[in-house]
Design a protein around this ligand. Structure first.
Ligand code: MRU
Length: 338
């Protein structure tokens, strides 16, 4: 077991991020002291994963205002609007920015209150994930094979991760279980991040390429699928990393429970169904140059949506820090917020 990597930290009056684009080869921490550099870190995915993006953006707002002398509220609003242009799909970004713009305090203590709010968002995320893990654990059993897609791990959050939280807890309990990590084309979060953090924790993890999931399921090696999410619509339709939809179809085919680990800040009751979730499209280079050399003709057309939407009918349960939500999702998700 090797020490856990901390993707996001507030240290010496600066935001310190682990540069996830360099993993698993190099462990490089970088300091961020301007809102522009935080925006860039989100866009280039030095920091990524819905909860971590929200936390980083919250600190970004504080960084924008901390040296300002006048019009502090305006600076906060403008920087929040600017950060909101970084990535469109994960609703945690907008949720965290809304919390920052809602901070009210007298001028003399406003900056302090903003930093305190960013730290609170950061800390709450850690507590949320542990509770998600405990709830998910009640759906799992010793000896299982679990398949996950992308990285909804500790590297995507403040601690524990969401989809990985029950894995860390199961390890603590001494369970014997096996994790299959989809490689997750095109950015390879499954192999570069999930495999890295789970193996550092001493968890039995096996990387498979995305097109191997069907074979592995057909061989009876998977008893549960657990994925994270970037936005859950009011009816339960769930946006997550591209490829999640395919995994959900396979899980349905092989009668394997499909669980979504969802912190309540990722649930967006203002988005009625998955159709209204904005899906980020990223640069073609991720698809054809991701391995350090061209893997297709440079001028070929490429379609690179970063997320897809799993219809709620494919989801066995949405597991939140407040409890396990099952169909009918519209009704039961709404109850969580009452
Ligand atoms: O593009 P990414 O790496 O930010 O996408 C990450 C995911 O899709 C995760 O599954 C999701 O954000 C949940 S992280 C707890």
């Amino acid at each position: 077991m090797t020490e856990a990597l901390n993707p996001i930290e507030w240290k010496n009056d600066a935001l310190v991020l682990l540069d996830q684009t360099k993993l698993p080869n190099d462990i490089v921490y970088e300091e961020f002291t301007t809102v522009e550099s935080v925006w860039d870190a989100i866009v280039t995915m030095k920091v990524r994963g819905a909860p971590a993006i929200g936390v980083a953006a919250a600190y970004g707002v504080y960084l924008a205002v901390r040296n300002a002398e006048t019009d502090l509220v305006e600076v906060v609003q403008k920087s929040a609007a600017y950060l909101a242009t970084s990535r469109p799909t994960a609703v945690n970004l907008f949720w965290a920015l809304d919390r920052m713009t809602a901070v009210k305090a007298p001028d003399a203590t406003y900056k302090e209150a903003l930093l305190a709010e960013a730290k609170a968002i950061h800390k709450e995320d850690e507590e949320i994930n542990r509770n998600i893990g405990e709830n998910l654990l009640t759906l799992l059993a010793d000896g299982m094979g679990i398949l996950t897609h992308c990285n909804a791990g500790a590297l995507a959050t403040s601690k524990y991760g969401t989809a990985t939280a029950p894995m860390y807890l199961a390890k603590e309990k001494g369970w014997d279980f096996k994790v299959y990590a989809d490689e997750t084309r095109p950015r390879l979060q499954g192999s570069t991040l999930t495999a890295l953090e789970l193996s550092r924790a001493g968890i039995d993890v096996t990387v498979i390429t995305d097109n191997m999931a069907a074979m592995v399921m057909s061989q009876g090696k998977v008893q549960a699928v657990i994925v994270g999410c970037d936005r859950v619509a009011a009816n339960g339709d769930t946006a997550n990393k591209i490829g999640t939809l395919g995994v959900s179809i396979l899980a349905k085919h092989y009668n394997i429970p499909f669980y979504v680990a969802a912190p309540t800040p990722t649930i967006d009751l203002n988005t009625p169904t998955g159709t209204q979730i904005p899906i980020e499209e990223r640069h073609k280079s991720e698809v054809i140059e991701g391995f350090g050399k061209l893997t297709a003709p440079a001028d070929v057309n490429v379609y690179n949506p970063a997320f897809d939407v799993t219809p709620h009918e494919h989801i066995t349960a949405i597991v939140t820090e407040k409890g396990i939500v099952r169909a009918p999702f519209s009704e039961n998700l709404e109850k969580l917020f009452r």
